[in-house]
Design a protein around this ligand. Structure first.
Ligand code: ZN
Length: 350
């Protein structure tokens, strides 16, 4: 994510902090140590919440590259969506379940330590025990807020996953999205009536997130209906391993092709994308040979792969084009633009 600073890694997931969140920390720091401690503790539990989602996702083979802390909360970037509704259900449940577990586990110890008076009247930071009580209850708020059945909250995903057991994924999404829109309108109404700006902002955010979720699912469902062989073009150029970057650049200008396989006797030795070519020229100049910058192990596509799968592989590997292989030989190249074009054509037909 842009503007994010890497803090450390947990279980292979890098925990990042966004610069806007740093500004928030500075603001709280000026309000005193207790406030600063409070906000850091809140984000510690937000991070734990996101880690719970991420670790369950990893169990289902979904890579989580990073968790970014923003002033509005944490975001775990997953490279793909879960395949099965029960996987989405468990991944979504993990975050709120962790917060609820914390609330349950720490209730008696804190009751004994802080006393009833402080534990149940935490809404001040006048003493350190009050701060602790405040942080404790934040876990309950995190759980309850995230269980609201509206995207992008976990509750929206839980609702969709439950509905998807009984009906198609697209229909389940549409109903969950409608729920999200209704919640957004209710929040917006309350916000307007009571003059709560933050509630209005949340309402707009929820409304847009619900619409965006519907679009994402529409795209995926459309892409699932097509396979590589529906879009592959068999006209493509390949490069010999001693081609210079100057030669490659010339080919790009003449052919409109921007991603190339490097082959020898029909066998693929490597692959370069537009991005690799530009970077290569930048770092090594135009006289360098293509073999010095090519990617050697690169995932490949087959004609039977769905466009949804192709898009997932590209996203997971942060690459915008891939070779298509049949019987060990390259038979074409598919780019992310080829894939998205299919969706925009189908969307226009609706
Ligand atoms: Zn969550």
């Amino acid at each position: 994510m842009k503007g994010a600073i890497k803090l450390f890694k947990v279980a292979g997931i890098s925990i990042n902090i966004h610069v806007t969140f740093l500004l928030l920390l500075l603001l709280f720091a000026t309000m005193g140590f207790r406030w600063l401690f409070l906000i850091i503790a809140i984000f510690f539990f937000v991070t734990l919440h996101e880690l719970a989602h991420s670790l369950v996702a990893k169990k289902f083979g979904i890579q989580v590259k990073e968790i970014t802390l923003l002033p509005i909360g944490g975001v775990a970037s997953m490279t793909k969506m879960p395949d099965k509704p029960y996987q989405e259900f468990l991944i979504s449940l993990a975050g709120p379940a962790l917060n609820i577990a914390i609330v349950v586990i720490f209730f008696l110890p804190l009751y004994a330590l802080l006393g009833k008076q402080v534990l149940f009247h935490p809404l001040s930071v006048k003493s350190f025990p009050h701060v602790i009580a405040h942080i404790y209850w934040i876990n309950l708020i995190l759980a309850v807020f995230n269980l609201i059945p509206a995207f992008p909250m976990d509750g929206g995903r839980l609702l969709r996953a439950l509905l998807a057991q009984k009906m198609g994924y697209q229909k389940a999404t549409r109903i969950a999205v409608n729920f999200g829109h209704i919640f957004a309108l209710i929040f917006g109404y309350i916000g307007l009536v009571h003059g709560h700006i933050i509630l209005i902002v949340i309402a707009v955010f929820i409304y847009m997130a619900a619409s965006s979720e519907e679009l994402q699912v529409d795209i995926r469902e459309t892409l699932k209906r097509f396979s590589i062989k529906d879009i592959i073009s068999h006209q493509f150029l390949t490069l010999g391993k001693d081609a210079t970057l100057a030669k490659v650049l010339e080919l790009v200008f003449h052919s409109h092709q921007e991603d190339f396989a490097i082959t020898e006797d029909g066998k693929m030795l490597g692959f370069v994308t537009r991005h690799d070519i530009i970077n290569g020229i930048h770092q090594h100049g135009t006289s360098a040979e293509i073999s010095s910058i090519m990617r050697k192990d690169i995932p490949v596509l087959r004609e039977s792969d769905s466009l949804d799968k192709a898009q997932n592989i590209m996203q997971e590997n942060s690459i915008k084009a891939l070779p298509v292989i049949r019987g060990g030989k390259i038979i074409g190249i598919v780019t992310i633009e080829d894939v998205t074009r299919v969706y925009s054509m189908m969307a226009q037909r609706k």
